[in-house]
Design a protein around this ligand. Sequence first.
Ligand SMILES: Cc1cc2nc3c(=O)[nH]c(=O)nc-3n(C[C@H](O)[C@H](O)[C@H](O)COP(=O)(O)OP(=O)(O)OC[C@H]3O[C@@H](n4cnc5c(N)ncnc54)[C@H](O)[C@@H]3O)c2cc1C
Length: 327
Amino acid sequence: MARILIVGPIEQGAVHPGTREVAALAAELGAAMQLPVVGTVAGPAEASFLAQMGQLGVEEVLVVAEQSAPMLTPDRIAAQVIAVAVACEARVVLVPHTSDTPEWLPLVASQLDAGIVMDCQAVAFDGAVVATKMICGGAIGAEYEVAKDTAVLSLTTGVHKACAPAPAAPIRRIEANLPAPALSLIEEVLATTSEGPPLKQASIVVSGGLGVGNRGNWGLITELAQTLDAAVGASRAVVESGWAPYSQQVGYSGVKVAPQLYIAIGISGALHHLAGISQAKAIVAINIDPKAEIFKVAQLGVIGDAAMVVPALTQRLREIRKSQIDT
Ligand SMILES: Cc1cc2nc3c(=O)[nH]c(=O)nc-3n(C[C@H](O)[C@H](O)[C@H](O)COP(=O)(O)OP(=O)(O)OC[C@H]3O[C@@H](n4cnc5c(N)ncnc54)[C@H](O)[C@@H]3O)c2cc1C
């Protein structure tokens, strides 16, 4: 019997939090298509990861019997997901979109002879699977109807409601003859980590652009972020200037964020930057130029010099915080 398969990538020692959003969407899709939902992991099949997947409202968690290697290369992850998808006759394979997904998901789609849409914001069933995603740097929302029997989809995270925890589902190991690995991992280099919450999951992002002035002023952004328990973001121009690492770049060729609040400081609002913040619930812009494009998408704008406005704002927020703690 055909099924919907949700795949939980393993990141930083846990199933990716976006998998809970994928599970909620899969439940809606399952009701519309009258198909049960099962789960698997993209990564090592440790008991704790399988248990996390089992609490996402799935009928069962399927895993390849030999899926235990601690470091998995993209071709290995793809082979394991393919084996599970074949075993459960998956009609839809749904996965949260992460920076790693593009490395292995197209392999899955190609081996399953499936239609693939990556980084989509919505998925519906209307006789066929229809996925919606932003294209042209976020300027246009496009709908894609999947013409193949199987749809392979990655979902933008931070956009959907997460599923509620469900009672633990059974775990079933399946035997599969996986092809010999095409790649082997020689060395892993850990990325630079920054303080504060991860950009992708943060509910507040404080982001700076060239209008911050210079590298020495970048502390204005990080201090405001610290005061708000926010993640730090940056425009590409800032990253190219070496004031912030690429992992903090927000936009079309960086991270797409979906916070409750996005504070854009000294950012002009170029289309490529806006492509990364279209899912932000509220945008506050601080810019010296009243005609800056960013003000067209901001709910609140402050026209002023970042070097004056930001320290004053940080100071005021600290005072408010302190008075809240004191009372
Ligand atoms: C293929 C491609 C992909 C791209 N991907 C991305 C991406 O992912 N992310 C991204 O950000 N960009 C991306 N870009 C670049 C993008 O088009 C812009 O060039 C970039 O976003 C501009 O960065 P900025 O707003 O910091 O700088 P600027 O455009 O130079 O804007 C600086 C702003 O600061 C304001 N300002 C100046 N002084 C002050 C002051 N004292 N106080 C307050 N405000 C001040 C100015 O009025 C101006 O609005 C991409 C471009 C291409 C071609």
